[in-house]
Design a protein around this ligand. Structure first.
Ligand code: SAH
Ligand code: SF4
Ligand code: F3S
Length: 456
């Protein structure tokens, strides 16, 4: 086992990226080392996503590419093992093992501790599988090897699985039952990150506001997390509109280091569609939640997820989604055409009856409207002061840095003497629908920036 190298390629949501860091840690513990690229690795893992058909298709393409990599390596007398991790492992394990010998190892999201043993099995030319889902596994005691976030920002998983069973969604089948990680291990991980110089953590779960562990609610957890280091930003993702209590909104408002940004997926703006989606709220209920958020956190920034062309969606119902989005004026939206998934309630109960071109046309309509809204919202930012946490060098130029505002907007400004991990006060000078440009004013801190804002 020792001396072997591994490479992990990750698709899907932030949870998957966080999981890859856990797998990294499990493998490092066993003495495997990290390879820079799949071509030179003894073991290639692909951590997969099943959420939509195109996410799965991308993985199949990569697996075919890995097959050619492996053939080349075999010519040089070196073997290579290919393993599938994550949500697709759960969904289509048989197909992986049978189809064209693409894969040697299949491991579901709750079985990562078993990877070293499974790898030993594969070494004898056999295939190995563990896709058991668990009611308890939270990997609480495993310290992830951080591969994302540039030493500035880290993901902290606080719960796994999902019990919501939205009718379109495959996640409850791929990730199993909802379970919360104990609060002490979460807070310990955040403390450790703060000591190692991290400036931002994002608490992750499929619906973090259902977090509950030994009497600790999500609002309690956020409050306690915010006290660990006043210079550490706390973000969270994703929250579900069904249970967003006022005490949580108050904590977000009151603690300077909790970011005023809430991702609150609506999915649709029509109550009948929401009912068929098994989202337990109506259009009106959702809108009044948004009002409440804006009352309790006046400067809050909001984003959403939307699906177009769900089973039976009429043109009128699509217009309701358009008007909901126009009404809320989100700062960001992730928008998708409905993709039918096996095993879900929608697959069993409803017909996927909206033609692909109609789904796509509706999708372009909401995207176009959303881009105009973002452009307008961002234009209003010109002249405003923000505190930006520097994440790294801008993609466009080495002379520029990029980082996000508290409200999660990407800002680009001149490098000067600033470095990743610095908090910089900036004045916004320009904008597009996706990013803001700014003039850096000075290096600052959360404590300094918010105290001066209050007294100004
Ligand atoms: N737990 C999160 C969502 C995770 S999946 C939540 O409930 O908010 C991310 C997004 O993918 C969903 O919000 C939804 O908009 C989209 N999605 C999920 N299943 C889909 C499907 N079958 N077709 C298209 N989009 C889907
Ligand atoms: Fe899927 Fe709904 Fe759970 Fe989100 S809350 S992961 S959309 S079932
Ligand atoms: Fe995809 Fe699984 Fe996340 S299906 S979106 S990787 S939970």
């Amino acid at each position: 086992m020792e001396n072997r190298t591994f490479f992990i390629e990750t698709y899907g949501c932030q949870m998957n990226f966080a999981d890859s860091e856990i797998v990294n840690s499990i493998l490092a513990e066993r003495g495997l080392s990290h390879a820079e690229e799949p071509e030179t690795a003894d073991v290639i893992f692909i951590n997969t996503c099943s959420i939509r058909d195109n996410a799965e298709r991308r993985v199949w393409d990569r697996l075919k590419y890995f097959r050619s990599v492996r053939r080349n390596r075999r010519k040089e007398g070196k073997d290579q093992v290919v393993g599938v991790l994550g949500c697709m492992a759960e969904r289509i394990r048989e197909k992986f093992l049978e189809k064209e010998k693409l894969v040697d190892l299949v491991v579901g999201p709750d079985a990562y501790r078993d990877i070293p043993r499974l790898l030993d099995e594969v070494t004898d030319g056999r295939k190995a599988v563990n896709v058991l889902l668990s009611l308890e596994e939270t990997y609480a005691d495993i310290t992830p090897v951080r591969t994302t976030g540039n030493g500035v920002s880290a993901f902290v998983s606080i719960m796994r699985g999902c019990d919501n069973m939205c009718s379109f969604c495959v996640v409850p089948f791929t990730r199993g039952r909802e379970r919360s990680r104990d609060a002490e291990s979460i807070l310990g991980e955040i403390r450790d990150l703060s000591e190692r110089g991290y400036k931002e953590v994002t608490l992750l779960g499929q619906n973090v506001n259902s977090y509950s562990a030994e009497g600790v609610s999500f609002a309690d957890l956020m409050y306690r997390a915010s006290l660990i280091d006043p210079e550490m930003r706390i973000r969270f993702s994703t929250s579900h509109p069904k249970d967003f209590p006022d005490d949580l909104l108050r904590v977000i408002h009151e603690q300077n280091n909790i970011c005023k940004y809430i991702h609150i997926p609506a999915q649709s703006g029509n109550s009948d569609v929401l009912k068929r989606m098994r989202r337990p709220y109506t259009r009106e209920g959702y809108l009044s939640l948004i009002d409440n958020m804006r009352t309790l956190i006046p400067d809050v920034s909001l984003s959403t997820d939307i699906i177009t062309g769900f089973c039976g969606e009429t043109e009128e119902q699509h217009q309701d989604t358009m008007s909901l989005m126009a009404n809320v004026e989100y700062d960001l939206a992730y928008m998708f055409a409905y993709s039918e998934r096996e095993r879900t309630l929608a697959h069993r109960k409803y017909e996927d009856d909206i033609p692909e071109e109609v789904k796509k046309r509706r999708l372009s309509e909401i995207i176009e409207q959303q881009m105009a809204i973002q452009e307008k919202n961002n234009l209003k930012e010109i002249g405003e002061r923000h505190l930006v946490l520097v994440e790294g060098t801008s993609k466009r130029s080495d002379e520029q840095l990029c980082g996000r505002t508290d409200t999660n907007k990407m800002v680009i400004f001149d490098r000067k003497d600033f470095e990743p991990g610095d908090y910089v006060e900036v004045e916004i000078t320009g904008s597009s629908s996706a990013t803001l440009r700014a003039r850096p004013v000075k290096k600052s801190s959360i404590t300094e920036f918010y105290n001066q804002t209050v007294t100004a």
